[in-house]
Design a protein around this ligand. Structure first.
Ligand code: SF4
Length: 568
């Protein structure tokens, strides 16, 4: 009898790993791979939580006939997402209860760290979900699922969840690749998160007070050939967007000083082999990006970090972001929470990344820019902390540096982290200050910064048109923290377009499709072009259809016409 299993992807967001569409994280791929390793004939289906919501009764009926349903869940860093809405605590409980027949397995960070509701609040403990699932796996979920599948997903087995096996991870990663074809974003803007290691090198000093990553224990690196093999399989399966995002610090990959030094020296040769190896097997990737970089690694090992960043820039695609967990520019908060860097050190890391990555690349964005993460509600935080963070970012602006985005989060508090003792009381106390500060950061830092990173008339290539809303249409490139583009008019979804930036929001740009179809472009599009007067717009609309481009250009001032790319 064929084993029939469905993976319901409720999405994850962890310090090192994102699985909200268009991202597909490793949990679903490795889970499918583990089942297929145990039973190559197994039928493994994949559904996102958003697909399930779109026809709950239909899908629950289908799921109820299967042998097993694997739910993936766990948002341990707060965020808001354009591409999907993570599964809620209530959905997880209710749906599981509505499926009495199949064996239900819960996989993901939720199993260890509970259910993160929102920033500034403590998580719901994992124990609250125990009664609703037959099995719950987190760290060694591949081996748990492999063993379960070998035993045809029988209930009541005693499954050992020993340490993750790099060999099983490597095999499951390659086997599970074929699940990508079932993802709703496949063939469009799907981006696969790829893991290079797990565990934070700062585990030796206990890690940052709020972070769950040190709970993975000593970092375990995946072999270069395992990562390259997986990328090759993904590429052959049609994936064109890859992010090496599953690790706390890409510069620490394969470092020989891990386990010895708090800030291990980058292993430049390993980073070279990794990136060049990926490029050799996946030459036409549309996106090859990274994610987290520990600013402390850059500060303590400047020369090696510059080398490593140069290798990344030589092999990646532009628009890449090195997300720096600065967390706080208040020295008291840095000290009280065992954070990575003091403000001057963080500033130096920002300078270094700018020195290597600020040149503009093919897709219209600088090659590699830092992103800055701040976390609020930490120990030692006072009103002064908010001022320090603003001052820090203003210094970045004044120095003429670029930062791709400033991420301001309220701490999510998880068990077994030092912040668990403190809970959410500091965040609650500072809630009002937080909102005002956030507004100031948006106005005084984000707006001038996005204008610097993407000035008016910049061209952004390859934006995927994703969603309608706000009286217009949203589009984004594929990548690490892609810039949100708002087209101030309605247009069809599901296409890839180039965009001309016409103005700026705090953290987004307003743009129009380019080249402009002069005979059919809607009025709202013309209205958003700077320098076009109302009279000219009326004239354009009245004179349509134009017989040729010259006819159109004859009624538009030269300074504007020079900026536009048009077609009939
Ligand atoms: S450096 Fe801090 S925030 Fe980053 S992964 Fe390690 S413990 Fe977490």
């Amino acid at each position: 009898m064929t084993l029939r299993v469905c993976i319901v992807d409720g999405y994850i967001d962890e310090p090192s790993g994102l699985g909200v569409p268009p991202y597909l994280d490793v949990y679903a791929r490795y889970s499918a791979g583990a089942v297929w390793l145990a039973d190559p004939r197994a039928e493994v289906l994949y559904l996102t939580v958003d697909q399930l919501r779109s026809d709950i009764s239909g899908y629950l009926k289908m799921l109820s006939k299967l042998d097993a349903v694997i739910f993936i869940a766990g948002v341990t860093v707060p965020g808001s997402y354009l591409g999907g809405t993570p599964i809620s605590f209530r959905e997880l409980k209710t749906w599981s209860r509505l499926l009495p027949e199949p064996v239900k397995v819960l996989v993901g960070p939720v199993v260890s760290f509970g259910f993160g509701i929102e920033g500034g609040r403590a998580a719901i403990m994992p124990e609250e979900l125990k009664r609703d699932f037959d099995y719950m796996f987190h760290f060694s979920f591949e081996s748990g699922l492999y063993e379960l599948a070998l035993n045809c997903f029988k209930r009541g087995l005693s499954i050992s969840t020993h340490e993750r096996s790099p060999k099983l991870v490597a095999e499951a990663a390659v086997r599970g690749v074929k699940i990508v074809g079932q993802h709703p974003n496949y063939g469009f803007n799907l981006i696969c998160e790829v893991e290079t290691y797990w565990g934070c090198p700062r585990f030796i000093v206990g890690g940052c007070s709020f972070c769950v990553e040190p709970l993975y224990g000593e970092p375990k690196f995946r072999a270069i050939e395992h990562v390259v093999c997986e990328v090759k399989a993904l590429y052959e399966a049609g994936v064109r967007n890859i992010r090496l995002g599953r690790q706390p610090d890409i510069l620490a990959y394969q470092s020989k000083e891990v386990g010895v030094e708090e800030f291990p020296k980058p292993n430049v040769e390993a980073i070279r082999k990794l990136f060049e190896g990926i490029r050799a097997v996946a030459p036409a990737l549309e996106t090859l990006h990274i994610d987290n970089v520990n600013p402390g690694t850059i500060y303590h090992h400047k020369e090696e970090s510059v080398e490593a960043c140069k290798i990344i820039v030589e092999n990646h695609t532009s628009g890449d972001v090195a997300a720096l967990g600065v967390e706080s520019a208040d020295p008291n908060v840095v000290k009280s929470n065992n954070l990575k860097v003091y403000p001057e050190e963080a500033l130096e890391a920002i300078r270094v990344i700018n020195s290597v990555g600020s040149a503009r690349g093919y897709n219209g964005l600088p090659h590699l820019l830092p992103g800055v993460n701040f976390v609020h509600g930490l120990k030692g935080e006072t009103e002064r902390t908010y001022e320090e963070n603003l001052d820090f970012m203003k210094k970045v602006l004044e120095e003429g540096l670029m930062v791709r985005r400033v991420n301001i989060r309220q701490v999510m508090v998880f068990p077994n982290t030092p912040m668990w003792e403190v809970g959410d009381r500091i965040m609650k106390r500072n809630k009002r200050i937080f909102q005002a500060y956030k507004r100031r950061m948006r106005m005084e830092v984000d707006l001038p910064m996005i204008r610097r990173v993407l000035p008016t008339w910049s061209k952004l290539r390859g934006c995927y048109v994703e969603k309608h809303g706000g009286g217009g249409t949203y589009a984004r490139q594929a990548g690490s923290y892609p810039v949100l583009v708002f087209l101030p008019y309605s247009r069809g979804l599901g296409e890839k377009i180039d965009v001309l930036v016409t103005s700026h929001g705090f953290r987004s740009v307003v743009g129009i499709e380019t080249p402009i179809s002069v005979n059919s472009a809607p009025r709202k599009m013309w209205e958003s072009i700077p320098g076009l007067s109302r009279n000219t717009i009326e004239l354009i609309l009245k004179k349509r259809p134009f017989k040729n481009v010259e006819e159109f250009e004859s009624i538009v001032t030269k300074s504007v016409a020079d900026k536009l790319e048009v077609k009939l």
